[in-house]
Design a protein around this ligand. Structure first.
Ligand code: ADP
Ligand code: ADP
Length: 218
């Protein structure tokens, strides 16, 4: 019962007459209830893989599905609809709208949701940010911003959570908060795929996938 699946992903980058093969036939799946960590050296293709899985980048070959819906090779408007309905994505560049408060960012993601959703304050409580609901992103510390980004990403209860270094800037205590939230997603039958360098994150993963030079090596 795969909630995230990709098969034989290829991604080429061309600049001038130099060509980089960022992904060379990557196939993987994440089952419901599973946390998968992707590790690998810088330049191994982790960010490219995450972007292709999130429908933010289009692979040159292969296919991606989320909860049975094809993400790859579809018009951007359809990919955007899938992202908002099925995916929560936390990138290092941040996923908050800078002009809106943390609470308003969550309300925006939840707008139009048919099923009931936890309130913004409940979500922020879970990541220890209840007292920062009215803050703007620029008023948050790096660690607060990372947790706010995660709260926004899960606020629509997505089938799949994709995150790039979710604990990158956190101290031990706030890292534990984030790890608990990630495990809770899996316990609720969702899938999680994380790109990380942190041993604390790989320790809570059900599976660790090693990427090297655009290929899965372990
Ligand atoms: P990682 O996230 O593991 O550091 P990336 O996915 O960022 O790896 O990069 C994989 C390879 O693709 C690297 O060789 C990188 O230089 C190259 N690459 C990534 N993005 C681009 C781009 N926009 N243009 C050209 N090359 C790129
Ligand atoms: P090939 O490229 O070798 O023809 P496929 O890409 O068709 O193989 O499928 C590879 C494996 O992934 C098969 O076991 C197939 O059943 C499974 N698969 C194919 N499409 C999906 C999908 N949309 N969701 C989940 N599993 C799939």
């Amino acid at each position: 019962d795969n909630v995230l699946w990709c098969h034989d992903l290829y991604r080429f980058y061309r600049s001038g007459d130099e060509e980089t093969l960022a992904l060379r036939g990557v196939s993987l799946s994440v089952a419901r209830g599973e946390v998968v960590a992707v590790v690998g050296p810088s330049g191994s293709g982790k960010s490219t893989l995450l972007a292709c899985l999130a429908g933010l980048d289009e692979p040159d070959g292969g296919a991606v599905t989320v909860a049975g819906d094809r993400v790859s090779h579809r018009p951007e408007a359809e990919r955007a609809r899938l992202r908002s309905r099925r995916l929560g994505v936390v990138l290092q560049s941040g996923n908050l709208i800078t002009q809106l408060t943390v609470r308003a960012n969550i309300q925006l993601v939840q707008a139009g949701a048919k099923a009931s959703r936890p309130s913004p304050d409940e979500l922020l409580e879970q990541v220890g940010l209840r007292n920062r609901a009215s803050a703007l992103p620029r008023e948050l510390s790096g660690g607060e911003l990372a947790r706010a980004g995660l709260a926004v990403a899960v606020s629509n209860n997505p089938d799949v959570l994709l995150a790039d270094e979710p604990t990158g800037e956190l101290d031990g205590q706030t890292e534990q908060i984030v790890l608990d939230l990630i495990r809770m997603r899996a316990r609720d039958g969702r899938g999680v795929l994380l790109v990380t360098h942190s041993p604390a994150v790989t320790a809570i993963a059900d599976r660790v996938i090693a990427l090297s030079d655009g290929r899965i090596t372990a």
